[in-house]
Design a protein around this ligand. Structure first.
Ligand code: ZN
Length: 423
């Protein structure tokens, strides 16, 4: 039986004791080790998997015949002949990453060495709940697949990140896109005809940071996603924290300003209404319309509608005092919220990600400064605060662990999407 049988979603869930299924699970274990380690000798693999050298040699030959594994030269000798190193054929399968946000969708595919195979395709569309949204999404994905000549049979799975409230138990989205009572995986699998694994966007970001970014091999990290909204991905005790229904991390909706503005969630004065990208943009528009002098006006050729967060950040980097002050103000509010989290969770690291990350020290410094004011020093000193090195790529990169963790864990809907610590 070919290894690909095992990647048919939720078909085979138990390794069995003997025979073909056991053999398949051994292959999957080897696949997992080689995926995480790139290259291993047969002797190394035997130690990890616990089978004899002749059995391993036979299985490796089968994997080579099936195209999964290649010989990758020789390793260090421990006395005798130099041993052969084996690794995955990186292009035998692909992972399709799809990042859906309220304002745009980004698509790219990755090989088994986690390298992007093309340029990220970005489609600027407002995410509404009309049925047309899905049809449009499908046509862009099909175009991407065609452009890079991918065979759908070779896509191990699509990892899709989605904003808003997603119930982890039922896999139903309650905000954007609100597609009724069907599980998201099923909706997207019907649409795309490939295995699909979905995850909340900021949780995908935290997974991306854990596998490829600053949170690698760290166990207590908070990942802040400040874009049009504000989300929080929490790695606690080395695991992505989901909460009872998966609704954890709605950091943007803690109240910051009593009697403040109405938030999209229906509550008043949420952190999002004063510190998110949308809040900064709204303030800039309002103040420029009422005559405030700023370089931003020039940067958008007087077209107020074209004011977006990246333009404001650009103006700030050019020294525009108005833009700098607004970003600082956002940092102050974020620090007030983060102070509670630091006292509550004692994280070792806080990563500032999302669109705001482009502001670099202009957002980082005010957050650090205000945290010194709002937190108890002894707890504060544990928490290193950094701008994401993955920046805007964190969520899309995070769709890789969304797929691979689920493939390796055999869990429906991935309630336990762990083991990101690469050995
Ligand atoms: Zn809110």
């Amino acid at each position: 039986m070919h290894l690909s049988k095992l990647f048919e979603k939720n078909k085979i869930s138990s390794p069995g004791k003997t025979g073909k299924i056991k053999n398949l699970f051994l292959k999957k274990q080897i696949f997992s080790i080689l995926y995480h380690n790139e290259r291993k000798t047969i002797a190394d693999l035997c130690i990890h998997v616990g089978i004899s050298i002749p059995s391993m040699t036979r299985i490796m030959h089968e994997l080579m015949d099936e195209g999964w594994v290649s010989e990758l030269g020789t390793g260090e000798s421990s006395g005798g002949r130099r041993p052969m190193l084996y690794g995955l054929n990186p292009t035998v399968r692909y992972i399709l990453g799809i990042e859906i946000t309220r304002k745009y969708t980004r698509i790219n595919a990755f090989n088994l060495q986690n390298k992007a195979i093309g340029n990220t395709l970005r489609i600027d569309t407002e995410l509404d709940n009309a049925p047309g949204t899905l049809i449009e999404l499908k046509s862009h994905i099909d175009q991407y697949i065609e452009k890079y000549n991918l065979d759908k049979k070779n896509i191990l799975g699509a990892g899709i990140s989605i904003p808003g409230l997603i119930d982890k138990k039922s896999n139903i989205s309650y905000t954007y896109p609100n597609l009724g009572q069907k599980p998201l995986d099923v909706i997207f699998e019907d649409l795309l005809k490939i295995p699909v694994y979905t995850e909340h966007d900021t949780k995908a970001m935290a997974l991306g940071e854990s596998w490829f970014g600053l949170a690698r091999n760290r166990s207590d990290v908070l990942c802040l996603n400040v874009g049009s909204g504000i989300g929080l991905g929490m790695i606690i005790n080395g695991k992505l924290y989901q909460g009872f229904s998966g609704f954890s991390g709605e950091f943007g909706h803690i109240q910051m300003v009593p009697d403040g503005e109405l938030c999209e969630c229906g509550k008043i004065g949420c952190l999002e209404t004063v510190a998110s990208g949308s809040a900064i943009v709204a303030k800039v528009k309002q103040m420029i319309e009422s005559g405030t002098n700023s370089v931003i006006r020039k940067l958008v050729d007087d077209k107020i509608d074209n004011i977006k967060l990246p333009v404001i950040i650009k103006a700030a980097h050019h020294g525009d005092q108005f833009a700098i002050e607004l970003i600082e103000e956002s940092g102050d509010y974020l620090a007030r919220g983060l102070a509670s989290l630091i006292h509550l969770l004692n994280p070792e690291m806080i990563i500032i990600g999302g669109d705001i990350a482009a502001a670099e020290n202009l957002i980082l410094d005010p957050i650090k400064q205000k945290l010194n004011k709002y937190t108890i020093g002894r707890i504060r000193q544990d928490a290193g605060i950094f701008i994401s090195e993955l920046k805007e790529h964190a969520v899309l990169m995070g769709t890789i662990p969304v797929v691979m963790n689920r493939i390796f864990s055999d869990e429906p809907y991935g309630n336990n999407i762990q083991s990101f610590n690469k050995s």
